[in-house]
Design a protein around this ligand. Structure first.
Ligand SMILES: [Zn+2]
Ligand SMILES: [Zn+2]
Length: 454
């Protein structure tokens, strides 16, 4: 197409058309502004709707961008925002927003290296430091982050180890399976304890689900601590569609409007839970600044500025920026754009992975189907009954934070032939007949309970 002199870009009508963009053929120069415009349009909408309860109009808003280093979508989001701020400055305009970046590092193995290993066979090989000193192995995320810092020099990046989740007061740790730390004389590092907890979950899907929820909690907390007005997530049309179906498949369909729509999210506080897991973690060096928020719940507007863009469009965008973003995205190299990672074993795929792959493929031929899923989800109501109780820990799910609809939960269970009393001890936790365990389950919504206890 590009070689065909007759095929000119339908927008500028001077450059050769090089990319399919929805129903048009456009050149590279016209493609990038399309991505920026679609994104900034959502940011402007966000500014209008958050200004009412946000800052005075004269102040720049502060956005926490959730980045997954190596992730196409969040990298594209950061790039668009960064570029927009740069243009505002270059034009001498008042800068409308500042961007700070948070990265939740889900590689638990590197943090576990931090402490002396008292058990053999962990399988982790520690690299020696320069002076023969043992140093912590750097995670893939940390290595990639250096490249991001070089590419976006004036942006502040904060890396949050996933193990910090153990210090979250927005999760009811008593609702989750107990760790084995009680039986161990030495308190293990938070990373290892969290890894142990994840290992006790019933499936790959459960682990991916819990990690996603903890990541979300950490981002909400990070946004509060960084005094940000809004949390921005890098989901695009394709990944929002995948999230919608994955959440539904996991029995959390009632929470879909909160998971995929733009708007305020409230997480309850579980202070006074009396859970030893968290207290123990508090005594460790958790790399926090010591700044704690005192409100009884954490609430922040969460927006998805890329919601009107397909993943394939963002992939194209990453190759067209100047300089290209592709060096930051090793997963794109040598693989098809829709499926970044090769399937090692289908057994190891989570529902989330399956949905991501599925919509990655559907997007190529039937983009309108993908867009429809997201549009339909956008019309679902965030039921007032659920928001009214959000923030009060007594009536919220201890893991995802959604308000509990007890009648609905019981009905679900009844229809599935699982009266609550009959489901005791799955053998995972090893505390038979533990009342705490039962109390914990009661704190979870149906979807989270399935995730955690199978
Ligand atoms: Zn053009
Ligand atoms: Zn839940």
């Amino acid at each position: 197409m590009a070689e065909d002199a007759a095929a000119l870009c339908v927008r500028c009508k001077t450059e050769p058309a090089a990319h399919d963009l929805r129903t048009e053929n456009v050149c590279s120069k016209c493609f990038t502004p399309f991505i920026s415009a679609k994104t900034i349009k959502r940011i402007e909408q966000l500014q209008r709707s958050t200004r009412a309860f946000g800052r005075p109009a004269a102040d720049a808003q502060r956005y926490l961008v959730a980045l997954r280093p190596g992730g196409v979508s969040s990298t594209a989001l950061l790039s668009v925002l960064w570029d927009n701020v740069r243009q505002q400055r270059a034009r001498g305009q008042r800068v409308k927003f500042d961007v700070v970046v948070a990265v939740v590092d889900t590689d638990l193995s590197v943090e576990a290296d931090d402490v002396e290993r008292d058990d053999a066979g962990s399988g982790i090989v520690e690299e020696g430091g320069e002076d023969g000193q043992a140093t912590r192995r750097r995670s893939e995320t940390e290595v990639l982050l250096d490249a991001y810092r070089a590419r976006f020099p004036d942006v502040k990046f904060t890396r949050i180890p996933l193990a910090d989740a153990l210090t979250l007061d927005t999760v009811s740790w008593a609702a989750l399976p107990r760790g084995s730390s009680e039986s161990s004389p030495v308190p293990s590092a938070p990373a290892r304890r969290l890894a142990g907890l994840l290992a006790r979950l019933p499936s790959t899907t459960s682990r991916a689900d819990v990690v996603r929820l903890l990541t979300r909690h950490l981002l909400v907390r990070a946004a509060g601590r960084a005094r940000c007005d809004v949390l921005l997530l890098g989901y695009n049309t394709t990944s929002l569609a995948a999230l919608t179906l994955a959440e539904t498949a996991k029995g959390r369909g009632f929470g879909v409007p909160w998971a995929v729509q733009d708007g305020e999210i409230s997480l309850p506080s579980w202070t006074g839970d009396g859970d030893d897991t968290r207290n123990e973690a508090d005594n460790d060096d958790t790399k926090e600044n010591g700044e704690t928020h005192s409100s009884s719940s954490s609430s922040i507007p969460v927006y998805h500025p890329l919601r009107e863009l397909f993943r394939k469009e963002l992939v194209t965008y990453t190759g067209l920026t100047d300089p290209p973003l592709t060096p930051l995205l090793p997963s794109l190299a040598g693989s098809s754009s829709s499926s970044a990672r090769a399937v090692v074993s289908h057994k190891d795929l989570s529902i989330d992975d399956v949905m991501t792959r599925y919509f990655g493929e559907v997007e190529a031929s039937y983009p309108s189907v993908v867009a429809n899923v997201v549009r339909t989800t956008g019309k679902l109501e965030r039921r007032a009954a659920t928001t009214a109780t959000a923030g009060e820990s007594g009536s919220s799910c201890g893991l995802c934070g959604m308000g509990l609809d007890e009648a609905g939960d019981e009905r679900w269970r009844g229809e599935l032939g699982e009266p609550a009393a009959a489901r005791s001890g799955d053998g995972g936790g090893g505390q038979a007949g533990n009342d705490d365990d039962d109390d914990g389950r009661k704190r979870l919504c149906y979807g989270c309970e399935r995730s955690v206890y199978g």
